[in-house]
Write a protein of this length. Structure first.
Length: 400
């Protein structure tokens, strides 16, 4: 059996190295679409740890990485799944230290992606690095995988990687922030873009072409908001309510010209028991009713995200092991976390059906994507040890 106490002592003795890793990642801008620089930093660290790193791209300069550590014998595969990209900084509020600071202040480390999800992903780098330096051996493989395009739905990232058969394993962890609790379940996401067209015209005279694109959208959005209120009436003891939100509207190029188009986005969050097909039908029924009454309401609709529901059994042996690993480090038992939103884990689970819950440091709802995004340094360091212990217990059959 691997010496667990020696492992913990080693992680504690090298805490500054772990902090430096997270600082480096936070100081590299990696907004969705610009993942190359951070992918090079990740590759450098994992190659330095002795892993073989391969790059896979659906399109040029949108990298996905797989780093592999092979044990001395054949066996099962443990897969860490992380994403390279982060939300764009707030254009109106750069935050106290700036979006790419990587500054430690009063027990927290600040920077875009600290919570989502450079904290968890950096912890996985250091967990693998320390296990290799300690001489951990096992039968099987450990893979550290890194996806681009996650914040945009994963079309060039996990979805493409799954389609290429590159994300197969026996168990794993997606390092998303989950309040430090194991999250084997979450709802799904349906995100659609709706566009109405019209004839452009100078605003200096009454509009001559019926109703313009903005008014079309405005009329349709009334019933869409009524649908949102009906959706929220559904209740789940674990998940609360599903929801529908209109999150973005774009129209026109000039304040004195009627637009040639108006586009709005709908974000629909699903809970277990709902389907993407039914949720989409609720939306298109409203759009089609307007179109049937007036052909001017012809629309274009694009599904921009259709993340599946994650629904791993809470008593799965891998989930039980992860909960035990967390309790061993944190000292208390924490119940399963029912995570809002979607994740790459669900895409992997749907395709290959092995247990890969979300499990990482950070306050998801409070700190994700805000101007002063931050992560507790101690929470981050705890997860270096939690991930080390999770890997060891996966290959050695549990904690002793």
């Amino acid at each position: 059996m691997f010496d667990i106490q020696k492992m913990f002592a080693y992680a504690d003795a090298n805490r500054e190295r772990s902090i430096d890793c997270l600082k480096e990642m936070l100081q590299i801008p990696s907004v969705t679409g610009d993942e190359v620089p951070v992918s090079l930093a990740v590759s450098k660290r994992l190659e330095a740890a002795g892993l073989t790193v391969e790059k896979f791209e659906a399109v040029e300069n949108r990298p996905n990485l797989i780093a592999t550590w092979k044990g001395s014998e054949k066996g099962k595969r443990f897969l860490f799944c992380s994403h390279l990209d982060v939300f764009p900084p707030d254009s109106n509020d750069p935050g106290r230290f700036g979006p790419w600071a990587g500054v430690v202040y009063e027990g927290n480390i600040y920077g875009r992606g600290a919570t989502d999800m450079k904290g968890g992903s950096s912890a996985s780098i250091m967990a693998i690095t320390f296990l290799r330096e300690l001489g951990f051996d096992f039968a099987g493989e450990i893979q550290s995988t890194w996806m681009c395009d996650e914040e945009n739905g994963g079309g060039l990232g996990v979805k493409w990687m799954v389609s290429q058969g590159l994300m197969k394993a026996d168990f794993g962890i997606c390092t998303e922030p989950t309040y430090g609790r194991v999250s084997p379940v979450h709802g799904g996401i349906l995100r659609v873009k709706v566009t109405y067209d019209s004839v452009g015209q100078h605003a200096g005279q009454p509009y001559r072409f019926g109703i313009d694109a903005i008014e079309k959208a405005q009329r349709v959005l009334g019933p869409i908001y009524e649908l949102a209120r009906r959706v929220e009436m559904t209740k789940s003891p674990a998940y609360g309510s599903p929801c529908l939100s209109v999150t973005k509207i774009n129209a026109g190029d000039s304040p004195n010209v009627h637009p040639t188009g108006c586009t709005f986005w709908i974000d629909r969050r699903l809970i277990p028991g709902e389907t993407h097909e039914a949720a989409l039908k609720e939306i298109t029924t409203i759009l089609d009713d307007f179109k049937a009454k007036d052909g001017a309401f012809t629309y274009r609709l694009e599904v921009t995200s259709d993340r599946p529901i994650l629904d791993i059994a809470e008593d799965d042996p891998h989930i039980v092991r992860l909960q035990a690993a967390r309790q061993a480090i944190k000292g208390d038992f924490a119940p399963i976390y029912y995570m809002p939103g979607g994740s790459d884990a669900a895409t992997i689970w749907k395709a290959h059906h092995y247990p890969i819950p979300n499990f990482g440091p950070g306050l998801l709802l409070e700190d994700c994507g805000v101007a002063n995004e931050k992560l507790s340094v101690e929470d981050y360091l705890d997860f270096v040890k939690i991930y080390m212990l999770s890997v060891v217990s996966a290959f050695e059959g549990g904690l002793s």
